[in-house]
Design a protein around this ligand. Structure first.
Ligand code: PMP
Length: 393
């Protein structure tokens, strides 16, 4: 009982500090308009930026993939689980998003969390130094911890500070690690400058484009394509559970990097390959993203982003000026943020309250996440709700 009591105390402590998290149950597919816990709501909580998660063509592709390749891969990639669906997808990904490097090759993973652990640990081990943006995603932070490399954290997007750290370092292996679009701020990393520093210091540049892939750049080819970077030391991570509307992830890099990951990265080697049906659906989604439908969805999303930026500027809280689909409104304290989220929810608007440790203490926020599935009427409902809460200037 003592052990359980310790956990109960820990849970009570979280509750007192406004840090208890609660799951909602989605009764319908993830979409801008959905039923959650039995209630119809407008969802501003997902990362389904292009509104593809409920696209009938992708549901059909999953069914077709399952008919062709089965539902389960049956094993790890190196022990029988690597299907034609994965192989085809890897070739497509290398061609679609690998333009930053000669001889691009892709390696698929079942989650972005795993791809990040794999990449960071395989490229920077004991004796290496990792230079990590202060706002990097938890999976990059956990990869850094697992790697046993020396980790130096630079202030968010501060390339001057990073340059000074690199200058002072005599590590034989260096790697700069960054999100492209920071998931809780919506800001975009200074990729061109980071690439310059990586070149000058002979460092890897590992970029996590979980929130840019499918949305940014020509044909949605991602943040690195948008910045038109090229370097053999660039290692690109993308995920399929956000704009792509399915699940999984990939690393795209020079073929030698990929072969190294395949041989050495434990989070790649010792886990079951993703469902081939999912891989088949990701291929179908890439076709949508690159085509006219993807372009139209990105254009609509861009218009929604600009509209939301204008609206949030008028509130009494601190919006973070974000050019992406993630539009945060920083409230500050946990309780106040939770109270505002609850009031919005009572009006049928689902905007999650993001609290520590996901964001720094005293910067709890409402994270408004936009999707091409939203309409301007949805944005108007959100704006009107904020007005009714008496909080618009
Ligand atoms: N990187 C970033 C920046 C993310 O936001 C996330 C997911 N929230 C991941 C990686 C992990 O990806 P996945 O959900 O596929 O594990």
């Amino acid at each position: 009982m003592v052990l359980l009591d310790t956990l109960r105390e820990g849970l009570a402590d979280l509750d007192v500090r406004g840090l208890t998290r609660r799951r909602r149950v989605a009764d319908t597919p993830c979409a801008a308009h959905m039923t959650v816990d039995g209630r119809e709501i407008v969802g501003f909580a997902s990362n389904d930026y292009l509104g593809l998660a409920a696209h009938p063509r992708l549901a059909e592709a999953i069914a077709e993939g399952a008919r062709r390749y089965g539902s389960g891969s049956g094993g790890s990639h190196l022990l029988g689980g690597h299907s034609r669906a994965h192989a085809v997808l890897e070739d497509e990904l290398a061609a679609f998003a690998g333009g930053f490097v000669d001889a691009p090759r892709a390696l698929t993973f079942s989650t972005g969390y795993m791809s990040n652990l794999a990449t960071v640990t395989a490229l920077a081990g004991r004796g290496a130094t990792l230079f990590s943006d202060a706002l990097n995603h938890a999976s990059l932070i956990d990869g850094a911890r697992l790697s046993r490399a020396d980790v130096q954290i630079y202030p968010h997007a501060d390339t001057e500070a990073l340059a000074a750290m690199l200058d002072a370092s005599d590590a034989s292996v260096k790697a700069i690690v960054t999100d492209t679009v920071f998931s809780m701020d919506g800001s975009i990393a200074p990729l061109a400058r980071l690439a310059e520093l990586a070149e000058r210091h002979g460092a890897w540049l590992i970029v996590d484009d979980a929130h840019g892939f499918g949305v940014l750049g020509p044909q949605g080819r991602g943040a690195v394509a948008q910045a038109a970077l090229r370097s053999p030391h660039l290692v690109y991570l993308c995920t399929f559970g956000k704009a792509v509307g399915v699940a999984g992830a990939a690393v795209i890099a020079h073929e030698t990097v990929i072969e190294w990951l395949l041989q050495r990265a434990r989070p790649y080697i010792f886990t079951t390959a993703a469902s081939p049906a999912d891989a088949h659906a990701v291929s179908a989604s890439l076709a949508l993203i690159a085509g006219d439908e993807g372009r139209a969805r990105r254009q609509h999303l861009q218009a929604l982003i600009e509209h939301t930026r204008e609206t949030l500027r008028l509130t009494r809280w601190r919006p973070i000026d974000s050019p992406t689909a993630v539009q945060p409104l920083v409230i500050g304290g946990n309780e106040q943020t939770l109270a505002l989220a609850a009031r919005l929810e009572a009006e049928g608007l689902w905007v999650p309250a993001i609290r520590p440790p996901t964001v720094p203490v005293d910067t709890s926020r409402l994270r408004i996440s936009l999707s091409a599935g939203h309409t301007f009427a949805d944005l108007e409902r959100l704006r009107a709700a904020l007005v009714r809460m008496g909080e618009l200037a």
